[in-house]
Ligand binder design. Structure first.
Ligand SMILES: Nc1ncnc2c1ncn2[C@@H]1O[C@H](COP(=O)(O)OP(=O)(O)O)[C@@H](O)[C@H]1O
Ligand SMILES: [Mg+2]
Length: 319
């Protein structure tokens, strides 16, 4: 487990530090505030996208979708006239089955890492997606074809290849905690903390770096680039938080994680939502979630709009 957690000798001390453990998260928070019937809204990226667009949350545009094997050949019509796009499973997770195409021409698909795929290979990939190879529980799935995000180079010095994102934990509609996840050489360009990516906790009122962690160890310099992680300040911070807050209206989930990426031209965009966000964000912030959730329970007002909730948090935590 994490060194920061290890420094607490017993469960009593962990609780005193306000660390939310797996059991409490599951029973006191998730089962209480996240109705199971709402899960499909976030476990299916087509549904998530449709709902997001209804409440005015920016997401990468949907170019098309393929639901049945006999439609897989339609891919060439769907992408006609485009040179870049992403093909991914609607019910995937952990980046599995995501095909980022940076250059398409004459039935040749060039991936982000420079690999050239033929039409047959892409057809097979789509067929695999539909058969559920990458999906939760191996169920039949849908292949989504969506617009490529052009990631802002704000994070360029802080991550090694891959795509950094911002995760905001939202409780009862209030942004409660945030971090940015930065891919490293060791994480193979993936933004997953357990694969060796860096997590940097962000001050919820400013979007500025608080505390960095990589493989359970505190860190303040990006090991591959040498950049000072403590200089991170995420631009359009209020917009990031508004996406998170609106995700509550959008789904009705009392506890959720919103994954947000920064497009160079279109600003912050929601990539996906999670009804069971992990707890490592506490490590990246160097503080526990429990007290913060309790504070929201006990002292935050109800009946506010998403924007009002964000402004409340911005003012409250800035004090
Ligand atoms: N539209 C897109 N443009 C560019 N990269 C994308 C896009 N969609 C997904 N990716 C890349 O794939 C990763 C995983 O995609 P995501 O939608 O979060 O699915 P998962 O549920 O598998 O995590 C992202 O972190 C990003 O690196
Ligand atoms: Mg993801």
């Amino acid at each position: 487990m994490f060194k920061w957690l290890k420094s607490f000798a017993c469960p009593k001390e962990l609780a005193a530090a306000g660390v939310l453990g797996m059991n409490r998260r599951n029973f006191d928070v998730i089962s209480k505030y996240n109705k199971r019937c709402l899960y499909p809204l976030v476990d299916d990226k087509v549904k998530t996208k449709e709902l997001a667009n209804k409440v005015g949350i920016n997401t990468p545009g949907l170019i098309g979708k393929i639901e049945y094997q006999h439609e897989a050949k339609n891919i060439l019509d769907i992408i006609k006239g485009r040179s870049e796009f992403v093909i991914k499973p609607a019910q995937g997770s952990g980046g599995k089955g995501v095909l980022v195409i940076k250059d398409y021409h004459d039935e040749i698909f060039v991936t982000a890492s420079g690999r050239e795929l033929s039409y047959n290979e892409v057809y097979q990939h789509i067929s695999n997606i539909l058969s559920g190879l990458y999906s939760l529980g191996g169920k039949y799935d849908t292949a989504i074809i969506e617009e490529l995000v052009h990631f802002s180079n704000i994070f360029k010095d802080y991550s090694y290849q891959g795509v950094p994102d911002v995760r905001v934990i939202v409780y009862k509609g209030f942004p409660a905690m945030a971090m940015t996840r930065l891919p490293t050489k060791a994480s193979g360009g993936r933004a997953n903390l357990h694969q060796g990516a860096i997590g940097v906790g962000l001050d919820i009122s400013t979007g500025k770096a608080l505390h960095g962690v990589c493989r359970d160890v505190p860190i303040s310099v990006q090991p591959d680039t040498g950049a000072d992680l403590m200089k991170i300040e995420v631009p359009f911070w209020r917009e990031h938080l508004i996406i998170g807050a609106l995700a509550y209206e959008m789904t009705g989930l009392g506890y959720l994680g919103a994954d947000i990426v920064l497009d160079a031209n279109r600003g912050p965009m929601m990539l996906e939502l999670n009804a069971r966000p992990g707890l490592a964000i506490q490590i990246a912030n160097g503080i526990g979630l429990k007290n913060r959730l309790q504070e929201i329970d006990n002292t935050y007002p109800s009946g506010l709009t998403a924007e009002q909730r964000v402004d409340f948090v911005l003012q409250k935590r800035a004090k």
